[in-house]
Design a protein around this ligand. Sequence first.
Ligand SMILES: Nc1nc2c(ncn2[C@@H]2O[C@H](COP(=O)(O)OP(=O)(O)OP(=O)(O)O)[C@@H](O)[C@H]2O)c(=O)[nH]1
Ligand SMILES: [Mg+2]
Length: 393
Amino acid sequence: MPCGLRDLFPCFCREQDAISAGLAERKKQLQKTIYILLLGTAECGKSTVLKQMERKYNATAFEEQRRVCSKVAKLNLIMATWQLLDARDNLGFQPDDLEKESRFKDVAEFASPENCNERVPPKSYHEDHAFQLYPGIAEEIKDIWRQPSVRETLDRKAEFYLLDSAEYFMSRIDDVKQREYKPTDEDVLKSRKQTTGIVDVLIDAKLAHDSVIFQITDVGGQRAESKFWFRVMQGVEMTSILYIFSLSDYNLPVLELLPNKWLNRLLENMKMFNTVINREDMRNKNIIVFLNKTDIFEEKLRHVPLTVCYPDYPADNRDPHAAMDFIEQQIRSQDRTSSQFNTGGSDRGTDMGSSREIVFHRTHATDPYQFQTVVDSVLATIQSENLRISGLL
Ligand SMILES: Nc1nc2c(ncn2[C@@H]2O[C@H](COP(=O)(O)OP(=O)(O)OP(=O)(O)O)[C@@H](O)[C@H]2O)c(=O)[nH]1
Ligand SMILES: [Mg+2]
């Protein structure tokens, strides 16, 4: 009769079995829900990343986004038109046809910069109102956009703030203006609605052979919203931070401080990042950084040098990859827990007791195709990193 380890040491083996079962159970629990916080200042693209996750793994939530978009896209077009007229005046171009312009202004007064801008979040009232007024208002918008002074203003869009998807929605206006307009996936990704408060969404992701539940938390990025950031950072044990930078922010102001103060949006985000990652309770958290809006950044860099934000950067270097490397380095240098690691010193951060390395992705979050691969790759990294930190991998 074969005599195995189990026969010789029954108690020991039972204990081993119990430990393995316990570990398996814990692993299952950890695999069950993984918490991800989306952080970054206003308009960097947090909600867009969330939409991409919903699009792939939570069809019900994405359909709700589509419903919201059918009104928001209408409002976005009105807001963009106001922004263009403002910029046209600030750039010193003369209006072409004041009569046409006042027709637009009369009907779109409710969404003027004073009533509905990035400082005052678009209320559902504004969305409903935009919905009621279309398609009539669409004709006024088209008239405005045809004016030479507005075309010239658009040629200089790199120099001022304009909703990122303004031109995209202009190209879709004949669909958007319809009452029964059904937004495409791309429309949903490109529409802009500011987040207020805390939004939690569950997604059930199929990664390799596992089904993993993620709870994604999205917050508003405006200054007034940052109190919620610190609330969501507390109390959740297994949390990864997905921190987003909008690269194209390097020449834009923090809108909510205007007109009293001009503060650089990218530097503001850098400061917030520093505050978040160097908190005591964030020191062992996974940090993934998205350098987002690469598409706008590459285009903008041809017109506006990075020196407007970093005066020491070589003014004639317009290579987007070099500029992204530089910004990435600026972001890395904020992390005090692994500063020695990052400077390539031989003692690799042992004094600080941390070997955290920030993982970077350069992203174009509104891309309906390519970004889906980024979503899976990031979720898989976060899942395996969580198991590694808890010693289960
Ligand atoms: N062109 C381009 N537009 C982007 C990209 N990522 C996001 N956007 C657009 O940027 C705008 C703002 O994106 P949101 O996802 O609403 O930004 P947010 O960080 O959630 O903003 P808050 O809720 O105010 O904090 C939307 O119109 C998006 O469609 C990108 O990579 N490229
Ligand atoms: Mg948002």
